[in-house]
Design a protein around this ligand. Structure first.
Ligand code: HGY
Ligand code: MN
Ligand code: MN
Ligand code: MN
Length: 419
């Protein structure tokens, strides 16, 4: 029975919300955090264990797996016409060190629930459906974020990706080989008919507006700038204030400048420093070196560019005034994203038919879909999260929210797989 045969009664097709929630809780047991969330960082043994569980679940649903040279996992559910370009769904299984249970994981396991539901109902879609787990979306262990989907979309080459180092000096390539998840397929050699990524909002808008569904029409652009300040280690007690070359003071002034510049570019601009290292990091040594990463974002390309150039100018002045050496290296970037309006219409139509409150929204966070959007029609679906909190172990969603977005994903995918 194909989906179009059931179109008249399709509106009452729903996913199994309990089965979805059980899968989320099962996956959350792998790489647990210390405060109820997850620490399942990319290419760790925990990531490998999560990949194995995901693969087992997909194989139980008769899906066939292909892995590319970046470790991206592609689980295929066959369609009536196997020669047609597939519809892609999915997200990422890797988490922040102090991440939640749903960032990325919801999109992967909701995609699995869509396939499980299609199989339970005996529906055969015209097009195949491919469920993906993209390697290293977070970019916290190996910068930049969305590294492997970026290689897939032709934004980074494999040599660059494999050379990225973590804080212990281990490379992406060595770690991918160590956990045994480097496949054979050349990244990007896969025609995509349409890509849907379902993800928690990671912000406060949907909950505040009491909408179950966010139809993501745009995504913020991003600059990650790694700053290295070089001063001089010296004794904090015996060195006169006018003789200090204090890299810590320089970092403090630049962090304040990041905040001030973002505030000056409101309403749609953000900036922060989340990662910082002070050397030698000893209580009684004036820091001779600091290394920290600036994160600027805006949906407005001009604002994004203006924040970066204003910061670089101010940072150079701050360094010069303090006698510090300065180096600024871009370690992550993507322009603001406009997603596919035809696919967004399918999401709105599904939410409307299913009776879920929905609104258009701009994604504050970056996602693999931001890169895939460059090589295929792509859209995102979002669900609210409690207090808009994410990248925090207390990240929380409700089972009802999880199910609502998965119902919408199911219907949007069934629609896209027929055209
Ligand atoms: O940084 C981001 O926006 C994503 O969570 N990697
Ligand atoms: Mn994510
Ligand atoms: Mn994230
Ligand atoms: Mn650019």
């Amino acid at each position: 029975m194909t989906f179009s045969d059931t179109a008249s009664s399709a509106d009452n097709i729903r996913v199994d919300g309990d089965r979805l929630w059980d899968s989320l809780m099962e996956m959350a047991k792998i790489g647990p955090g210390i405060a109820g969330g997850n620490n399942r960082q990319t290419l760790t043994d925990d990531d490998a264990e999560g990949r194995d569980l995901f693969r087992n679940w997909c194989e139980q649903a008769d899906m066939t797996m292909t892995v590319d040279r970046m470790g991206n996992m592609f689980m295929r559910h066959e369609g009536a016409d196997p020669d047609l370009d597939p519809v892609y769904i999915g997200s990422h299984l890797d988490t922040q060190p102090t991440g939640g249970k749903y960032d990325g994981v919801l999109g992967v396991l909701a995609g699995l629930e869509v396939i499980r539901t299609i199989r339970d109902l005996g529906i055969q879609t015209r097009r195949p459906i491919v469920l993906t787990n993209w390697t290293n979306e977070e970019g916290t262990r190996f910068a930049p974020a969305m590294l492997a989907s970026g290689v897939f979309a032709g934004m980074h080459d494999e040599e660059y990706a494999n050379s990225r180092l973590d804080a212990q000096g281990k490379s992406f390539g060595d770690e991918l080989d160590r956990i045994g998840w480097r496949g054979q397929e050349t990244p990007g050699e896969r025609p995509i008919h349409a890509m849907f990524e379902y993800h928690i909002e990671q912000g406060p808008i949907l909950e505040a507006e009491k909408k179950e569904i966010g139809v993501v029409t745009h995504g913020q652009g991003l600059w990650w700038l790694e700053v290295t300040l070089t001063g001089k280690d010296a004794h904090t007690g015996s060195t006169p204030m006018n003789m200090r070359v204090n890299a810590g003071l320089g970092m403090a002034r630049i962090i304040e400048a990041v905040n001030r510049i973002a505030m000056a570019h409101q309403p749609d601009a953000v900036g922060a420093v989340g990662q910082a290292n002070v050397y030698p990091n000893s209580r009684n040594v004036i820091p001779g070196k600091t290394v920290f990463t600036i994160d600027f974002r805006s949906p407005d390309l001009d604002k994004l560019t203006s924040m970066r150039s204003q910061l670089e100018q101010e940072a150079a002045e701050i360094a010069s005034n303090l006698g510090l050496g300065i180096a600024i290296e871009p370690v992550g970037h993507f322009d603001p994203v406009t997603f596919d309006e035809r696919l967004a219409g399918m999401v709105r139509d599904a939410a409307r038919r299913l009776g879920y409150g929905h609104m258009d929204i701009v994604s504050g966070a970056g996602h693999d879909a931001c890169w895939i959007n460059r090589v295929a029609p792509t859209v995102m679906i979002m669900c609210p999260c409690v207090d808009g909190l994410s990248h925090n172990e207390a990240e929380e969603i409700s089972p009802e929210w999880a199910k609502a977005g998965t119902d919408v994903l199911l219907h949007a995918v069934l629609n896209a797989a027929e055209v």
